[in-house]
Design a protein around this ligand. Sequence first.
Ligand code: NAD
Length: 279
Amino acid sequence: MLKNIEGKVLLRSGVEMPGYGFGVYKAHGRELIHAVDYALGCGYRYIDTASFYENEEDLGQALKKCGLPRDQLFVLSKIWPTQFSNPRKALEESLHKLGLERLDGYLLHWPGLNESLRLKTFEYLLEAREKGLIAVAGVSNFLVPHLDELHRHFGIWPDINQIEVHPLFQQKELRKYCREKEIHVVSWSPLGRGHSLALPRIDSIARQVERSPAQVILRWQIQQDLTPIPKSVHEARIRENAQVFDFELDARQMESIDALDLPDHQGRTGKDPMEWPAN
Ligand code: NAD
């Protein structure tokens, strides 16, 4: 289990990545630059963006300003399915906007609905990894059939699958499958986009451990070896979300949160990867 915010996880390809991250979806301009600067000061080292977020240039500015050596940062971006027809161009654009020569992580953001473009794009990611343009080739929102398809074609499993995970939508089967294949799970919207914070059961556990609801949910993720990437642009919340390494949830509290999972994907805040988005 991760011991502190700068702790690393070893991925199946042998690369080490920070086991805790900071999301920047819907943050832009000065707000993003300040949030990233503050987050780096709190110890976050993995920053999660995507071409779809249209903030790679802002993030690039924040990284340039931060003064940390490049090898202490883990910058991850993603390629959107409409970019699958020219993945080389998409990666070049992301690198250019971020002002970087290489990305630490690059993921297919969603599987999309076109199998041959999906495979062609993953093949390009493997090529980019060979060339040293990216360190980790991964995927996001891939379900078991998508992962199996990659394995059938390339004979490998991706290092990372970034999927939606929070108390109301836990994706236990998919996570079990990833664990068996040693695919590391990064959980997006770990706080359920804020919706999970008001659940009475989370509130009650937060009172028991004298922590905030956000800290309880993030701790519940760490104790399951997930890598959460909470997002906030507010200093107090960014700091609070980083302070989750000095307390523990007991087995009963963990089970109580496990039981919040809703049946039939009712807790999903995003879309069904089998149906959306089209390429
Ligand atoms: P999140 O679950 O991190 O929730 C963020 C919201 O919760 C904030 O906007 C804020 O309103 C609230 N919040 C955060 N910390 C809080 C605190 N301590 N107390 C009270 N409220 C707090 O949701 P998200 O931003 O959707 O997801 C996080 C990151 O995951 C994104 O920034 C992005 O990097 C990534 N993501 C990836 C995908 C994907 O398809 N791969 C999809 C969505 C998000």
